[in-house]
Design a protein around this ligand. Structure first.
Ligand code: 13P
Length: 259
């Protein structure tokens, strides 16, 4: 990264895993090893059911809390949904939005994701906007078009005042949970393009401060070379975030690179 404007950011997306008891065990192991470090931004995003438990354990540590989704309205008749106010009351700093699993299985559109991104920012929660192509889209040579659509539509109407609170995660769908990682060069090419799009919308100075994470089978064995790329500012980690040994190791790799 070699960039003093952007601290590395390692975030764990626990997806639909961990009972409340298992979540408690995992976060305790994370906090006991890396809860005090300040070189790297660290966040965990448990399922809604464990947010309260995890929130109490990360209090007074440097591990931040994120949610995996959010509804854009503040309250009302939206059965089964969770609002930005509810997340803030549990001290969530971040919310993952537009994850490819939500796009694919729950038919979330760029327009709906954009409503959530703007609502999160207006309600003081930092969105981690996920973007990325499927294997069919990559094979057809459409990677950059898809990523551009996700970024431009996802961030439509976001003003410069809020832009520094954004985090983008490039997650090629074909690399998620498959063990196939984008090569550092492939990922860097897309991250560079994303930064160019951010620069078009917010100007170069703000774009230089927004962190762009890589996600998709990132683990201790491949993290170092990914994090060495100039526009890769961290990772959004799925499988390797479910065990404290691998998650803490990823944080340690990022700490070493920050020195
Ligand atoms: P994996 O690390 O399991 O590939 O998942 C990545 C991801 O989807 C994080 O949001």
């Amino acid at each position: 990264m070699e960039n003093t404007l952007r601290k590395y950011f390692i975030a764990g997306n626990w997806k639909m895993n961990k009972s409340t008891t298992d979540a408690e065990d995992l976060i305790k192991s994370i906090v006991s090893e890396i809860g005090k470090q300040i070189d790297v931004t660290v966040a965990v995003c448990p399922p809604f059911t464990s947010l309260d438990t995890v929130s109490r354990i990360v209090e007074n540590t440097n591990v931040l809390l994120g949610a995996q989704n959010m509804y854009p309205e503040i309250n009302g008749a939206f059965t089964g949904e969770i609002s930005p106010d509810m997340l803030r009351s549990l001290f969530c700093t971040y919310v993952i939005l537009g994850h490819s699993e939500r796009r694919a299985y729950f038919n979330e559109t760029d327009e709906f994701i954009n409503l959530k991104v703007r609502s999160a920012l207006e309600n003081n929660i930092k969105p981690i906007l996920c973007v990325g192509e499927t294997i069919e889209e990559r094979d057809a040579g459409n990677t950059m078009n898809i990523v551009e659509r996700h970024v431009v539509k996802g961030l439509a109407g976001v003003s410069n005042d809020f832009a520094e609170n954004l985090v983008i995660a490039y997650e090629p769908v074909w690399a998620i949970g498959t063990g196939k990682t984008a090569t550092p060069e492939m990922a860097q090419e897309v991250h560079h393009q994303i930064r160019r799009l951010l620069s078009n919308q917010f100007g170069e100075a703000i774009a230089a401060k927004i962190r762009i994470l890589y996600g998709g089978s990132m683990k201790p064995a491949n993290a170092s070379e990914l994090l060495d790329q100039p526009d890769i500012d961290g990772g959004l980690i799925g499988g390797a975030a479910l065990e404290s040994i691998s998650f803490n190791k990823l944080v340690e790799i990022a700490i070493q690179k920050s020195a």
